[in-house]
Ligand binder design. Sequence first.
Ligand code: ASP
Length: 450
Amino acid sequence: MKVVKFGGSSLANASQIKKVCDIILSDKDRRLVVVSAPGKRSKEDTKVTDLLIALGQKYLKDGKADDELNAVIDRYDEIVKELGLSSDVSEVVVNDLKSRLKGDVSNKEKFMDSIKAAGEDNNAKVVAAYLKSKGIDAEYVNPKDAGLLLSDEYGNARVLPESYDNLKKLRDRKELLIFPGFFGYSKSGDVVTFPRGGSDITGSILAAAVQAEIYENFTDVDSVYAANPNIIDNPKPIPAFTYREMRELSYSGFSVLQEETLEPVYRMGIPVCIKNTNNPSAPGTLIAPTRELNNGPVVGIASDTGFCSIFVSKYMMNREIGFGRKILSILEDENLSYEHMPSGIDNMSIVLRQKQLDEDKEKRIIKRIKEELKADDVTVERNRALVMIVGEGMMRSVGILSRASTALARANVNVEMINQGSSEVSMMFGIKEEDNVTAVKALYNEFFGC
Ligand code: ASP
């Protein structure tokens, strides 16, 4: 059994939905289908989820939002008509939206989640109705009936463990199942949504629950690329990479899948294939527990800006028991998560996303580290970029660091920090933000250039 998920651009209008249905029907193992809400039809267009957010917000503010409601209804109406479905289907959508708007507004987040979820819920009903109209034994699945239980963190839900046993039963259903992505239900029966882009998570949970042979994720690109296409023209496609490589590459340029998406399938060892709805015969990119190491030591280059580093030094730091723990507990008290922590004998740098650290927090942390740990020097450097080169093959190759640092030196990029993850799957270079593009280009040319 294959679980297959289609993103918003794959379902943006009737002709896209027809393509999706052809893809589903071309493989009889594609039996459990997760759909997003209709996405953008063109660059300037608005996603249905964004229309719904505007609708919910206006309604909360003014107690009515006719224009916003009509904008959503129009999107579905157009789709229903162009698919040749009866007006009953549109009526189902209209009634659903109206009844959501009549919901309890005392908890705004709860209300907004119910409105946001309407995008995928109604789209799943439309897709199922279209397949039925073609004589296919297809059925819309309500996530509540299927037992997709989530924590009651509105807009940021996590799956509850008992969901897996509930959802496993979908394996036994004989129909082609159309499941709305992005939301589930809390134990008290309220709609709760995942973070934006969360239909990918629904697909991953379902694939894990039914122990799918593969989780196919259809989007609008042919594959994942070896570097950010906004920095490198026509970067090379990556035919396959491992879960570990995917995690290391999660800095920008690899935003094909929502961050938390892989966790459920990763735990079950289920491979994921990213494919293009508009070019389904292209092989796509496979993400699996292991892969053949036949395409060079480096599989991809990722980078991101907006980091800062807290530099701490103290003479004889290496002999002091508990130093690292004490620093980390200060970070914990301040609710800060860190990305990397390269260290020397008497110093360490803690690299974190700088948006977590406002000026007050920065001052407080410097003071605490100086006072509580008697550090000699504590400084914070902002506006740093991290560039990662990633590949399982690096473990077996000699000279990768030398090639990378030579390439950076030739491009006149000053490397402030280097960290090779203990798994040897990645190498991180900490540089100034203004050098980011130059650094990615230099590394790309070194490892992927002709
Ligand atoms: N429709 C939701 C969003 O736009 C979820 C998704 O498409 O995955 O964020």
